[in-house]
Ligand binder design. Structure first.
Ligand code: DCP
Ligand code: CA
Length: 389
């Protein structure tokens, strides 16, 4: 089932908080930031100041030149922190899956929370209304099937906006946008892409993956996915990883079962090592395959007992892979594994179960060597199959 992700961003945050406390500032060009006389910079500009070309990060002296009538205010961080805490509390009332980004932004996974509201749009309206009523602030909400699409959507509809990008409509919306609108593309990347004659997100999306990874490495593959509206990152509540995942995009699409299995084994090993280092076990195992046409399938099973044993998790993932490969075949561009429903040490009685004791000892020894000499220091039989073959 498609996920429903919100990106919620308060408009002109610092300035808006100041305007709540001093309503005379409303509707005027207001700037919160450093003193123009003392090499200060703009932290936040009201929407009335923006048509003058003023934006965050600009020297305050320049902002004053561009708009002499602008009202400058020193930042009051304790006020912003207080407003931020209330903002996050409101969001947490709508979904437990909340990932704050800085003070005035958050991702919310609302996949399971939409029903009582009728639609994602109505849920977003309810959130905006509460923010408005309780904080007297406006927020912009982007709705999409993944983080990157939701984030782009909220930026496009600011201020006080609401933009939903329905599943399947991602490419149409992203294609014409300038490349700088893609999260992860900073000034440097933008420059290099320009030299490659790529100026829109659509041009990046249609480029062969090879071309982009040659220039930017693994980050290139991530940006290429983003440009195609694909982003598998979960909304992560801080301090508590709900899942651990690893994935690999192949340089060439493949249908070779042994090759896929070997790579899956390596990914399982990495995920399980991370599980063990966090003293966690997983109950839920999922594999993800992305085909040459970017269509993605996920298959998942729940184990009877949570495990952190590589052999147990790999065998389960291997069965999922075989089942999926039995279906009509299309070449595969990516394979991934995710373990979730994590439980802590106290529930790990089966660690001493005689059936799993031996593999657990083996894992411990392998972890030690890999921690000391790196992930390629030891590869067990199942994982010997280099990615490039
Ligand atoms: N901020 C800052 N310095 C920057 C950028 C931001 O101090 N260079 C602070 C002030 C902003 C807050 O972080 O109010 C949030 O940053 P945003 O980029 O979300 O900017 P705004 O909320 O001000 O405006 P927008 O309506 O574009 O979100
Ligand atoms: Ca903001």
């Amino acid at each position: 089932m498609a996920r429903c992700i919100f990106h919620i961003d308060l408009d002109a945050f610092f300035v808006s908080v100041e305007q709540v406390l001093n309503p005379e500032l409303k509707g005027k060009p207001v700037i919160v930031g450093g003193d123009p006389e003392r090499r200060g910079v703009v932290a936040s500009a009201s929407y009335e100041a923006r048509p003058f070309g003023i934006h965050a990060g600009m020297p305050s002296s320049k902002a004053r030149r561009l708009c002499p009538q602008a009202i400058f205010i020193q930042a009051h961080f304790s006020l912003y922190r207080e407003a931020s805490a209330k903002f996050m509390d409101i969001l947490a009332d709508f979904s437990p899956d909340i990932e704050p980004l800085g003070l005035d932004e958050a991702y919310l996974d609302v996949t399971g929370c939409v029903e009582p509201y009728g639609s994602p749009r109505q849920l977003a309206r309810a959130i905006k209304e509460r923010i408005n009523k309780e904080l007297k602030l406006t927020a912009s909400v982007g709705i999409g099937t993944c983080k990157v699409v939701a984030k782009i959507a909220s930026a496009l509809c600011k201020p006080d906006g609401l933009l939903e990008i329905a599943p399947g409509e991602e490419r149409a919306l992203l294609n014409p946008l300038p490349i700088a609108k893609l999260p992860g593309v900073g000034e440097k990347t933008e420059q290099v892409l320009k030299e490659m004659r790529i100026t829109t997100i659509g041009e990046l999306a249609s480029l062969p993956l090879d071309t982009i990874t040659k220039r930017f490495g693994a980050m290139g593959a991530v940006l290429h996915n983003y440009a195609n509206g694909i982003d598998d990152r979960e909304v992560e509540t801080p301090g508590e990883a709900k899942s651990i995942s690893q994935q690999l995009t192949f340089t060439r699409d493949t249908l070779n079962h042994n090759f896929l299995e070997a790579n899956l084994h390596n990914l399982c090993q990495e995920v399980c090592q991370e599980l063990r280092s966090q003293n966690k076990r997983a109950k839920c195992i999922a594999i993800r395959l992305r085909y040459t046409d970017f269509k993605t399938t996920t298959r998942q099973v729940t184990l009877q007992e949570a495990s952190d044993v590589t052999q147990v998790i790999f065998t389960t993932a291997q069965q999922l892979l075989s089942k999926t490969l039995a279906e009509p075949k299309k070449p595969i561009r990516l394979i991934g594994i995710r373990v979730s429903s994590l439980v802590g040490e106290e529930k790990q009685l089966s660690m001493f179960d005689s059936r799993t004791r031996k593999p657990a000892h083996l894992d411990k020894a392998i972890d030690k060597i890999r921690n000391k000499y790196g992930p390629t220091a030891i590869i067990t039989g199942n994982g010997i199959f280099p990615e490039s073959s």
